[in-house]
Design a protein around this ligand. Structure first.
Ligand code: ACO
Length: 423
C-alpha cells in the first residue's frame, strides 16, 4: 500500500499523486492540478493550517500532551511556570534554567504607571474586565517600541517574558477597578499563583497569604489551560502574527477571540445555565429542552475536537472537590453532577459524542473561590498567553506565509451604479 492519494480532474482526465505526510496532504501540490479551484472548508473543519511540535491532541481517544508529556503527569507534578518554559522551549528546564526563568518572570510583573492610572482607570465604572484586558494588552505595544523587532531574539524573548509576567497584573487590576478597590502592586517574593491571588484579594494586611490549596488549584488550572493547539484564539494569534505585527497586538487579537461564549466564555455560560436551572428537579426538563433543538445548548458540553471525555475535565472535576474542602461546596455542583449523569446516559448526547469539556467544572471552582463570573475568561487568558506565544514564536521560526485564505464568490454579477434618486 502506498501512503499517497491520487486525484483525477474529470474535466481533463489528468491525475496527480500526492504523498500523505504526517497525516495530511499538501494543498499546494493539489492546486497544481486544480489552479483556481479552492478548497471550501468553513471553520477550517478539515484544514491543517500549519505544522506544529507543541501540543498533541487526539480527540477520539481523549489524549492531550504538551511537547510529548501527558497533561495528567504535568498537572500532577509540574508548575505553571515550568510548563510555560516547556511549551516555549520544547524541553523541561534544568534547576539552573528554571531559576533564571522564574527570576525573569518575577521581575517583569510590574506595569507602567500610565497603563494603570491613565489607561485602565479611564474605563467606564462597569466595564467588563475582559474588555479591559484585551485593550490593555494592545496598549502595551505603545509602551514597548522594541516589540516590533520580532526577528531579534533578545527583543522577542523580552516581550514573551513581559507578556507572561504582566498578564496577571493586568487581570488583577481590571478586577480591582471593576469592584472599586485600590490597585495592589505585585509582590515579587511570592510564587506566580500566590502573587496573582495577592493582587486580587489583598486588603489591609501587610502581606497576603493565599490558602495553599487554592493557590495550588489555580496553578493546576493554569497548566490545563496553557495550550490547546489550533483553537480559535491561537489561530487568531497565528493569523495576526503572520502579518508580522508586534506580539502585544497579536495577543490582544487572540484574547478578543477567547472572549466569545463559544470559546473561553463557556465557563461563564455554564454558571448562568446552572443558576437558571436552579434545582436538581429541573434537570430532566432542561435536558428535554436542549434535545428539542430550540437553540438551547448544554453549556460546557461538546468540543470541536474531543469526541470523548476531555482529559482536562477529569482533572478539573477532581480539583473541584479539593477546593470545596476549603471553600465549602458550591451549591451548583449537584446540578452539574446530575446534568452530567443524565447526559452521559442519553442517546442524544452519546450519539453526538458530547462530553463535558474543560469549562464544565472550572466555573464552579472559580465561583467557589470568590471570582465574579466576568473574571472567568480573564482567568483563562493568563495561562493561554503562553500557548499563544509558543505558537507565535513557532510560526515566525517557520518563516510562514501571511495568512490569506481564498473565498468562493457568491455575490452579484457585474452591474452599473445607479444614482440614489433612481433606485
Ligand atoms: N448541547 C447540545 N447539543 C450540542 C452541543 C451542546 N453543548 N454541542 C453540539 N451539539 C449538537 C449540535 O446541535 C449538533 O447536532 P445536530 O447534528 O443534530 O445538528 C451536533 O451536536 C454537532 O454540533 P456542532 O455545533 O456542529 O459542533 P461544533 O464542533 O461546531 O461545536 C462547540 C463545538 C462550539 C464547542 C459546541 O459543542 C458548543 O456550542 N458547546 C457548548 C459551548 C461550550 O461549552 N464551549 C466551550 C468549548 S471548550 C473551549 O473552547 C475551551
Amino acid at each position: 500500500m502506498t501512503d499517497s492519494i491520487t486525484i483525477t480532474d474529470n474535466r481533463s482526465g489528468e491525475s496527480i499523486e500526492i504523498p500523505i505526510m504526517n497525516g495530511g496532504v499538501s494543498a499546494s501540490e493539489w492546486s497544481k492540478l486544480l489552479p483556481g479551484v479552492w478548497f471550501y472548508d468553513p471553520g477550517f473543519m478539515s484544514t491543517a493550517a500549519c505544522e506544529s511540535a507543541i501540543t498533541y491532541l487526539d480527540g477520539e481517544a481523549g489524549i492531550l500532551r504538551y511537547r510529548g508529556y501527558p497533561i495528567e503527569q504535568l498537572a500532577e507534578n509540574s508548575t505553571y511556570l515550568e510548563v510555560a518554559y516547556l511549551l516555549l522551549h520544547g524541553e523541561l528546564p534544568t534547576i539552573e534554567q528554571y531559576a533564571i526563568w522564574k527570576n525573569e518572570i518575577t521581575n517583569h510583573t510590574f506595569i507602567h504607571e500610565n497603563v494603570r492610572k491613565r489607561f485602565l482607570e479611564g474605563f467606564h465604572y462597569d466595564a467588563h474586565p475582559m474588555g479591559m484586558l484585551v485593550s490593555a494588552v494592545a496598549a502595551l505595544s505603545t509602551f514597548y517600541l522594541d516589540a516590533k523587532e520580532i526577528f531579534d531574539p533578545g527583543s522577542r524573548n523580552k516581550q514573551i517574558i513581559r507578556l507572561i509576567a504582566k498578564m496577571p497584573t493586568l487581570a488583577a487590576a481590571a478586577h480591582r477597578f471593576s469592584v472599586g478597590m485600590p490597585f495592589v502592586y505585585p509582590d515579587n517574593s511570592l510564587d506566580f499563583a500566590d502573587n496573582f491571588l495577592s493582587m486580587l484579594w489583598k486588603v489591609a494586611e501587610p502581606r497576603f497569604e493565599a490558602n495553599p490549596v487554592l493557590a495550588h488549584a489555580l496553578d493546576v488550572l493554569f497548566i490545563l489551560h496553557a495550550d490547546h493547539e489550533q483553537n480559535c484564539s491561537t489561530t487568531a494569534m497565528r493569523v495576526v502574527g503572520s502579518s508580522h505585527s508586534d506580539p502585544y497586538s497579536a495577543t490582544a487579537a487572540a484574547a478578543a477571540a477567547l472572549y466569545g461564549p463559544r470559546h473561553g466564555g463557556a465557563n461563564e455560560a455554564v454558571i448562568r445555565m446552572l443558576t437558571d436551572i436552579g434545582t436538581i428537579d429541573n434537570v430532566p426538563d432542561f435536558i428535554a429542552t436542549v434535545k428539542s433543538g430550540h437553540g438551547q445548548r448544554l453549556q460546557g458540553f461538546g468540543h470541536r475536537v474531543y469526541k470523548s471525555y476531555d482529559p482536562r475535565a477529569k482533572i478539573v472535576k477532581q480539583i473541584a472537590y479539593e477546593v470545596f474542602e476549603v471553600t465549602g461546596k458550591n451549591p451548583l455542583l449537584d446540578i452539574a453532577l446530575k446534568l452530567e449523569e443524565i447526559a452521559l446516559s442519553d442517546e442524544y448526547f452519546t450519539s453526538r459524542h458530547l462530553y463535558p469539556n474543560v469549562d464544565f467544572y472550572s466555573g464552579l471552582i472559580y465561583q467557589a473561590m470568590g471570582f465574579p463570573m466576568e473574571m472567568f475568561t480573564v482567568l483563562f487568558s493568563i495561562p493561554r498567553t503562553v500557548g499563544w506565544l509558543a505558537h507565535w514564536q513557532e510560526m515566525l521560526d517557520q518563516d510562514s506565509k501571511i495568512a490569506r485564505p481564498r473565498q468562493l464568490y457568491i455575490g452579484s454579477e457585474p452591474r452599473d451604479y445607479t444614482p440614489i434618486g433612481g433606485r
